[in-house]
Design a protein around this ligand. Structure first.
Ligand SMILES: Cc1cc2nc3c(=O)[nH]c(=O)nc-3n(C[C@H](O)[C@H](O)[C@H](O)COP(=O)(O)OP(=O)(O)OC[C@H]3O[C@@H](n4cnc5c(N)ncnc54)[C@H](O)[C@@H]3O)c2cc1C
Length: 720
């Protein structure tokens, strides 16, 4: 092998007459968000310095570019006289439902360690003069475990971790879009061998290979949530995710149906939680052109004090929670959804004037809201006056954006947006997936359950990254595959990618207009309309049929202009998104077939259920006049003790397709087989998603007698 001219640290491997640069390392960390940087640094600190990072855009990702009024980090109590314990915190996390107990315990056990590490690296979490990290209470939090740096908590984490990784000297390969994993072996024997990425800065002009191969023994997959499957999202621009590649390679998923949706501005993308709601702005909808303005909440919520109180509550009841859709604040999300999705209108927050009446008649507020605003000294004026009095930075925030929004002068467009995927790729207690050497961490991994305390995503990312690094540094120190074996494993994957790029560009050259942008928008809009916060068996089936058609015929459909790097990039991106959407929709259909009902941040239409209720006064129990789509019944925790696992079985003979999907006969005896796999339609070019439901792993009750633990650790190091 020789060194590629334009990429330091690479060698060149000739596969099927193409010279492809290859980077070799013990571990490749994919993604430069808070989880990825944490993993890279931990590996280095633990003595595994043979690490490289790759990413599609080093400045992209949710950690660096997303936040909220007060972006939260969830950790063990580290202040005051409040009691707390590792087990109690684990119990809080576990009680969200459909979460594995060993992940909950690890997230609690490593919480303080990971948090203090960030403090030591320079993340300015507020402390008092004695060094206590005073916390506040966040959603689904029985204590006061939450803390925050301000709107940009996760950005601050990324910045400090990034500096540390730079000091370590770990190389980062930027502009690398994940195409496919390279896996060797089948079923339980599946092992990671490497990764194929597209270099998005290299033209497809035959001069240089636009492909880069990574040869490694481990991959820490920190590609974030699969944000690209939804059009209506508050994930920042440029955060796509790369989950489809993992499924195609046989990595299983877990709880993928569980997302968080909530109210967010769409230009710029930002959660309108906290003060933005507590100051009680006016909710206005218009037609597509901005005409026919109306205050739509009053159509359903007739009582003035009730309307204002529900808007206030959205401040700290931010995510759409179907349990609060019956007679609580999540009704607001449903009414916004009705305007935007069902009526095709646009929704804005107007801070310039009060809802319904010119004056702010605060004595009609419910006590919780009135007392809070009274304490804050803002029982006066207009929403913008209250906002600036309570939280001036929240006003300044929109002024600082490009394009900026001056809330004094104009309205802010909002929608019910996808914000976080609680499920994701399967992880065990060391955050290793079912494919040996493949560790999904951060939002790409599926460590959470149905509900989770606000801020636990950031904690989970740090803990998962640390656990994966510990395991790799202790147990997976081997060299990557030898060159020849690697070339043999990479060849079909590379051939698959080249063939897709070729058919797409040939089609464009033959005159079919480039359709990559169109396909991208079409799948995203379909997912938001049919499989977002409100779903029904019919809408899921409709979207599934369409996505299946696109995916089945993808190579006969896609047309990409070879002179456009963006189009070639999108050729792979759209395939990844279609694969993910196909798996997610199939999982939703399976959830409904399994008897799953509304829970978390999703309303599943149920004709036998109820519509949201009036919720106050003499007619409190009466159903509201709302679309039948909003008729639902709560799951009531029935499936909280079970986890839905997903696998994608590759069509036989597809070049570069999965070799690792676990066939039912190979399922561990303790776990049920994947359903429907026996009747596998091996020729379906879209592959076949299959499912199994298993009990959650309980919170482990280990021996906690020190002498025993010490001896075991000393003599066998057998925590791994
Ligand atoms: C608006 C908003 C507010 C939030 N508020 C909170 C909060 O208050 N508390 C909390 O705990 N969590 C919150 N979250 C969630 C939390 O921010 C994310 O879960 C977390 O930052 C994810 O970190 P990560 O490192 O896993 O992924 P990310 O930070 O998203 O990083 C992903 C990385 O992978 C790269 N990448 C993506 N796709 C590809 C690809 N195809 N090929 C190559 N590279 C790729 C990206 O460029 C990026 O470098 C919020 C999220 C949003 C959107």
């Amino acid at each position: 092998m020789t060194t590629a001219q334009d990429l330091p640290g690479t060698e060149t491997l000739t596969i099927d007459d193409l010279d492809v640069p290859v980077v070799s390392a013990n571990t490749v960390v994919v993604g430069t968000g808070s989880a990825g940087f944490c993993a890279a640094d931990r590996l280095w600190e633990l003595g595994q310095e043979d690490v490289v990072m790759v990413t599609d855009k080093v400045g992209a990702g949710a950690s660096r570019n997303a936040g909220s009024d007060k972006q939260t980090y969830y950790k063990l109590t580290l202040s005051g006289g409040d009691g707390d314990s590792v087990h109690e915190m684990a119990q809080t996390l576990f009680s969200g439902g459909a979460m594995d107990g060993d992940n909950a315990l690890a997230e609690a056990a490593l919480s303080a360690r990971c948090f203090l590490r960030l403090c030591d690296l320079g993340v300015p979490f507020p402390q008092n003069r004695y060094g206590e990290f005073i916390g506040y209470k966040t959603d689904h939090d029985p204590r006061r475990r939450a803390t925050s740096v301000g709107p940009y908590t996760s950005r601050s984490m990324v910045q400090q971790l990034e500096k540390k990784v730079a000091r370590n000297g770990t190389p980062i390969y930027d502009n690398c879009r994940v195409i496919d994993l390279i896996v060797r072996g089948e079923g339980a024997e599946a092992q990671i061998a490497g990764l194929l990425v597209l270099r998005t800065d290299v033209p497809h002009d035959g001069q240089r290979s636009p492909y880069l191969l990574l040869r490694c023994a481990n991959i820490v997959y920190a590609t974030g949530g699969p944000a690209g499957i939804y059009a209506t999202r508050v994930f920042p621009n440029g955060q796509w995710g790369a989950s489809g590649a993992a499924y195609r390679a046989g990595v299983h998923g877990k709880g993928v149906t569980e997302w968080q949706f909530g109210l967010a501005s769409i230009k710029p993308r930002w959660n309108v939680s906290g003060t933005y709601m507590q100051v009680i702005p006016r909710f206005v909808s218009t037609d597509a052109d901005g005409g026919d303005e109306r205050e739509f909440l009053t159509e359903v919520i007739g009582d003035y004090g009730r309307l204002m109180s529900l808007v206030f509550l959205k401040g700290y009841q931010w995510p759409f929670d179907v349990r609060k859709a019956r007679d609580g604040s999540s009704l607001i999300d449903l009414l916004v959804y009705r305007e935007t999705v069902l009526r095709g209108r646009r929704v804005f927050l107007d801070f310039r004037s009060n809802p319904v009446r010119e004056t702010f008649d605060h004595e009609e507020l419910e006590p919780e809201a009135r007392e809070y605003l009274e304490k804050a000294g803002v029982l006066f004026g207009t929403p913008i006056e209250r906002l600036r009095a309570m939280n001036e930075p929240a006003y300044q925030f929109y002024l600082d954006k490009n394009p900026y929004v001056d809330l004094e002068q104009e309205m802010l467009e909002v929608d019910v947006c996808a914000q976080h995927n609680n499920g994701g790729l399967l992880v065990d207690r060391w955050w290793q997936s079912n494919v040996a050497g493949f560790f999904p961490v951060g939002e790409a991994g599926g460590a959470h359950g149905v509900y989770r305390p606000g801020g636990s995503a950031l904690n989970s990312g740090q803990v998962g990254a640390t656990r994966a690094a510990q395991f790799i540094a202790a147990r997976r120190t081997e060299d990557p595959l030898g060159t020849e074996e690697f070339a043999a494993a990479a060849a079909p994957v590379l051939a698959g990618a080249r063939s897709l790029a070729e058919v797409a560009s040939d089609r464009a050259a033959a005159g079919t207009p480039d359709n990559t942008g169109e396909l991208l928008t079409a799948v995203q809009e379909l997912m938001s309309a049919k499989a977002g916060p409100v779903r029904s068996a019919d809408s899921i089936a409709e979207a599934l049929a369409q996505v299946h058609t696109w995916l089945t015929g993808y190579s006969e459909l896609v047309s990409a202009d070879a002179t456009s790097r963006r189009s070639m990039n999108r050729t792979f991106l759209v395939r990844d998104i279609l694969t993910t959407a196909y798996i997610y929709l199939s999982a939703m259909a399976d959830y409904v077939a399994h008897g799953g009902r509304s829970r978390g941040s999703v309303l599943y239409t149920d004709p036998a259920g109820d519509l949201p209720l009036v919720g106050y006064g003499p007619h409190a129990e009466q159903e509201l006049d709302l679309p039948e789509l909003f008729r639902f019944s709560l799951d009531g925790g029935e499936l909280a003790g079970q986890v839905q696992e997903t696998a994608w079985l590759a069509p036989v003979g597809t070049p570069g397709a999965s070799v690792g999907a676990q066939a039912p006969s190979e399922a561990p005896v303790t776990e049920p087989a994947f359903a429907a796999a026996a009747e596998r339609d091996s020729t379906d070019p879209a592959g076949q998603p299959v499912f199994r439901w298993r009990p959650v792993r309980p919170i482990p009750a280990d021996d906690d007698f020190f002498e025993n633990v010490w001896r075991e650790y000393r003599e066998h190091g057998n925590v791994y």
